[in-house]
Write a protein that binds this ligand. Structure first.
Ligand code: ADP
Ligand code: MG
Length: 713
């Protein structure tokens, strides 16, 4: 009978070389064939020559033409890794770094983590023998803190540059500078104490973070750094101009016609429209997989559940559809599932965030469903508040999305809005650096030795007000001194932690409140999306389950309770024998308690990693035990910029920004509504909601953050 197979009924990880034993010969042949047929294969020699001739090269090519997976291999084969040097490839997204590395490892017939590996925050799959390394752009920025010349790399490829994430933009500035430094190092004079660099960076010997690579009086010579900027958008000019008229080459793609269909009227509920469209395709269209663009994990998981529900209502013969999802916090071992071909007779529906727009190419897609939205960061420098908002895509994004349907043959794209709306969309997305909080970036640039952040040679300048606001916030957090230098040790310590500055501050400050253990858990839990889940049909049960964990003091302690309860459960079950067994047990426990097991596992992972950093910093991991006042005081002392006071009618006024906000219904404080609170997140939908909230005492603010509260009020 045509019962939909469970997801784990798919062939397990057919994309991993080591698992592919039975068919490995056929599979390798097939992969070799696929590689040869990629548009980029025919220009291998010319591309390599271009890289030899140009220190900086812009490569523009249609999505799916083979840039990300092939070019690093071409360069490896052409000898760019001689004397142990590494080819680094940066991606704006974790998932892309992981899945592409896995694919390339398989294509090269090597084990992942050996010649080909990846490194992302909280997950390193590289070794001494890694020569092609995929990583996030943020991770490479961190590496530069320890190795300012990025000396292990012979080639650095900044991929997906058109995405213009804030990390990509900062990285471009940094790499431009590193490239100049390395070229100049050939005639470096060993006794110069300070050297002003092109980008306004001041390199001081033996100082701070530089000391690990530059020993006193030691001069090093570096080979030139080859830079390749890769982009899917056809407009290479901005990159070329930024790199002094660098050469740009185009790689031809292959694109079949895609029929674009619009709705007649605007859709009031785009998730509902999405569901209807998916089933319409399934029941009325010919074979072919469906790619659906949603805005985040929560949305994906809820659509996934709704699809399963509706499938059960279909006649048996029509249930031959299965769903897979891909989003950034999906555990890496699950990410490869989207690439597994659907079993014969089944239609695969891929629920994806805009990861699938250009970063990863999934074979087999014939239909695209595009509701036309994307989750984006938005920042108001005057108020100093960053928030996540769901906004319409740009035209460029809509075009990229529809293009995904025409990779292997003619396809169809269903845009869930009227054609007149398309005309109103922005041409392209505004670079993230112009719409996000820059505290993290400013802190990192300063740790890299950039004295004048406002004067930094950005590819596109962020608003001056945003930089000034960040400097002010960092000063208030104690990361900067009055004369705008990184404070010692706090500022340096904060720059080293791979966390938002406020979280870093909380963690470091926690030792004074004897609650490093609690803050560590909190920060890990806050790093993942949606720990709780409440399926529509079991809302009451889910609420009751949540009550077992909830704390009258707020969401942070509630999150700690969940984390600890899971730990205790595993301990009681005397697990810890094998990771698989633990995972299984945990999954069951999560299900019973209406906890999102993906999120919890991810949080446990992150916890382990941050713990490593904290130990390295020499902080003692102590607990405040039952004295949670200590913990709440620590939160007040670190998140004081996000404090809010109750107003009439259950609203709140954020003290720093003056904005009127509401407690999100998912918060444990939604009903009790205490007088004074701190929060971590602002989400804007129809309302301005704050999330992750803890009750505090207003007087703590003046006591613990006098630098801010005694001045202001
Ligand atoms: P580009 O970077 O130019 O967008 P990629 O190098 O990412 O292109 O992809 C090249 C081709 O490799 C695509 O046609 C894609 O379908 C295929 N591919 C990439 N990753 C996988 C994977 N994990 N499994 C199967 N095919 C893949
Ligand atoms: Mg790519």
């Amino acid at each position: 009978a045509a019962r939909p197979p469970r997801l784990n009924g798919l062939p397990s990880n057919p994309n991993l070389a080591n698992n592919a034993k039975p068919n490995s010969f056929n599979r390798r042949q097939k992969i070799a064939q696929q590689r040869k047929s990629l548009p980029i294969a025919s220009v291998e020699k010319r591309l390599v020559q271009e890289v030899r001739n140009n220190d900086t090269l812009i490569v523009v090519g249609e999505t799916g033409s083979g840039k990300t997976t092939q070019i690093p291999q071409f360069l490896f084969n052409a000898g760019f890794c001689s004397d142990g040097k590494v080819i680094g490839v940066t991606q704006p997204r974790r998932v892309a770094a992981v899945t592409v590395a896995k694919r390339v490892a398989e294509e090269s017939g090597v084990e992942l983590g050996q010649r080909v590996g990846y490194s992302i925050r909280f997950d390193d799959m590289t070794s001494g023998s890694t020569r092609i390394k995929y990583m996030t752009d943020g991770l490479l920025l961190r590496e530069a803190l320890l190795d300012p010349y990025l000396s292990r790399y012979s080639v650095l490829i900044v991929d997906e540059a058109h995405e213009r994430t804030v990390h990509t933009d900062v990285l471009l500035g940094l790499l431009k500078d590193v490239q100049n430094k390395r070229s100049a190092s050939a005639n470096d004079c060993p006794n110069t104490e300070k050297k002003q660099l092109s980008n306004g960076m001041l390199l001081e010997k033996g100082q701070g973070v530089w000391s690990s690579t530059l020993k006193q009086g030691q001069s090093r010579r570096f080979s030139t750094l080859k830079l390749i900027i890769m982009s899917a958008s056809l407009d290479a000019r901005v990159f070329s101009e930024y790199f002094g008229g660098a050469r740009a080459v185009h790689v031809q793609g292959r694109q079949f016609p895609v029929d674009i269909l619009y709705t007649l009227h605007p859709q009031p509920d785009y998730l509902d429209a999405t569901l209807i469209t998916i089933f319409q395709i399934h029941l009325e269209e010919g074979p072919g997989d469906v790619l659906v663009f949603l805005t985040g994990q929560e949305e994906i998981e809820s659509v996934e559940r709704l699809i399963q529900e509706r499938l059960r209502q279909l006649p048996e013969g029509n249930r031959n559809m299965l769903t897979v999802s891909i989003f950034s916090s999906l555990p890496s071992e699950k990410q490869m599932r989207v690439f597994a071909p659907s079993p014969p007779g089944f239609r695969k529906v891929i629920l994806a965030t805009n990861i699938a727009e250009t970063s990863v190419t999934i074979p087999g897609i014939k239909y695209v469903v595009d509701p036309g939205f994307v989750k984006a960061r938005s920042y108001d420098p005057a108020k100093g508040m960053e928030s996540l908002i769901v906004i319409p895509t740009s035209k460029a994004q809509a075009l990229q999305r529809s293009g995904r349907a025409g990779r292997e043959g003619p396809g169809k794209c269903f845009r869930l809005y009227p054609e007149t709306e398309f005309e109103k969309l922005e041409d392209s997305t505004k670079p993230e650096i112009k719409r996000c909080n820059l505290s993290n970036v400013v802190l990192q640039l300063m740790a890299l030795g950039v004295k004048d952040v406002i004067g930094f040679d950005f590819i596109e300048k962020p608003p001056r007000a945003a930089i000034v606001k960040s400097l002010e916030q960092l000063f208030l957090l104690g990361a900067l001194t009055e004369d705008c230098k990184l404070s010692d040790p706090l500022g340096h310590q904060m720059a080293r932690l791979p966390l938002d500055p406020m979280y870093s501050k909380a963690l470091i400050q926690a030792s004074q409140f004897n609650c490093v253990e609690e803050v560590l858990i909190t920060v890990a839990m806050l790093s993942v999306e949606s720990i709780f889940y409440a399926p529509r049909e079991k809302l009451e049960e889910a609420r009751t389950a949540m009550k077992c964990f909830s704390s009258a003091d707020g969401d942070h302690i509630t999150l700690i309770n969940v984390f600890r309860a899971a730990d205790e459960f595993l301990e009681k079950r005397k697990s810890g024998q094998s990771k698989e067994k633990d995972d299984k047990l945990l999954k069951k426990w999560c299900k019973e308690n209406f906890i999102n097991s993906r999120s919890l596992r991810h949080a446990r992972d992150i916890h382990r990693q941050i713990q490593g950093h904290v130990e390295q910093m020499g902080l003692r991991i102590a607990s405040c035990g039952d004295d949670m006042v200590q913990f709440r005081r620590c939160l007040a002392a670190s998140f004081f910029l996000n404090a809010a006071l109750k107003q009439p009618e259950g609203l709140y006024r954020a003290l720093a920004s003056g904005q009127v906000v509401q407690i999100h219904p998912s918060s444990v404080l939604f009903r009790t509504k205490p007088e004074c609170i701190i929060f971590n997140e602002l989400v804007q939908t129809n309302h301005k909601y704050i999330r992750n909230i803890t009750r505090i005492d207003y007087l703590w603010l003046t006591e613990l953050a006098p630098q801010y509260y005694s001045m202001q009020r």
